[in-house]
Write a protein that binds this ligand. Structure first.
Ligand code: GUN
Length: 293
């Protein structure tokens, strides 16, 4: 039996469509027109592609796009100066600095310079802390997108054993915390490079989340028959036959694993579009918060 392939692309499209109506309604009722500032420093090809996707979604949902594409040579002080200006600009509701930043810029200083009320990525320590203790704040977009995918696909998290492979600040760490919330009620195991017997751990998963950033590392032998497999990996692998010279590959060995799993997300068109849809959701929320003030 082949797994049901969860169509993140169409779930994301329906989320964006609802957001489009809400953006227009908010503007009509309150005069607040949702606006996101997206800052890209340098020309990392994957980052350029992500930022282009975010700009497209802003246009589609009718939000104001304040994009800044800055040269690789931008200094940390220049970037902090721009963020300070955007922090105090009332017409800007969300600020997103695309990561990774060039090596000469301290990422953590940059993240902390964004006021938490505009941190639609949910990376600021205040938002991370609020997430952990279940207070209102912005949840990070990729974990939030995974939770919506699970819900929309009808995958039961309550009582399930969720195994998260990867402990990044952006995905693995927050997702493991969110899945353990009472509302999802999963039993969570976090695996990482120090895990002694990874296949033994992943084979216990009812829900397997692959967020390690390693192409096709989750092989069929690591998956329990009937498991739901969510692939968060986006890896560029060289492919001379492809037009661009590379193709996108997830952390999951899709073909063989889809023969064993009950649900699987593809790469592309799985988690990726959900991340962007959740960014739109967080930006809309930031705009609503401004309107309520
Ligand atoms: N780089 C990879 N994922 C993300 C993300 O969700 N937000 C930002 N700002 N940068 C990223």
């Amino acid at each position: 039996m082949s797994a049901f392939v969860i169509d993140g692309f169409s779930i994301a499209a329906s989320v964006r469509s609802r957001i489009t109506s809400e953006v227009s309604l908010l503007k009509e009722k309150t005069g607040v027109h949702a606006c996101l500032a997206v800052i890209l420093v340098g020309e990392n090809p994957a980052s350029v592609s992500y930022v282009t996707g975010k700009e497209k979604a802003l246009a589609e949902t009718g939000m104001i796009d304040r994009s800044y594409r800055l040269p690789e040579s931008t200094t940390e002080d220049e970037l902090l100066g721009l963020i300070k200006t955007l922090n105090s600009d009332d017409s800007v509701h969300g600020i997103l600095v695309q990561l990774p930043l060039p090596g000469h810029i301290d990422e953590s200083r940059v993240i902390m310079s964004i006021v938490p009320e505009k941190d639609v990525d949910g990376f600021h320590p205040v938002n991370v802390g609020n997430m952990v203790i279940e207070r209102p704040g912005f949840l990070p977009c990729t974990p939030r997108g995974v939770l919506v995918l699970l819900r929309e696909a009808g995958i039961e998290t309550k009582g399930a054993h969720a195994v998260v492979v990867g402990r990044s600040n952006i995905v693995g760490k927050p997702l493991s915390i969110l899945l353990a919330r009472r509302e999802y009620n999963a039993t969570v195991t976090v695996c990482h490079t120090g895990t002694r017997n990874l296949p033994e751990m992943t084979r216990q998963a009812d829900i397997l989340i692959a967020a390690a950033g390693s192409p096709a590392m989750i092989t069929a032998g690591m998956v329990k028959p009937g498991a739901a497999v969510i692939d968060v990996g986006v890896n560029r692998v060289e492919d001379p036959a492809a037009k661009k010279g590379f193709r996108l590959c997830g952390d999951v060995d899709f073909g063989p694993v889809s023969e064993i799993a009950s649900y699987i997300t593809p790469v592309p068109r799985g988690v990726g579009p959900m991340t962007i849809a959740m960014l739109m959701e967080n930006t809309l929320q930031a705009a609503k918060n401004t309107a309520e003030k």
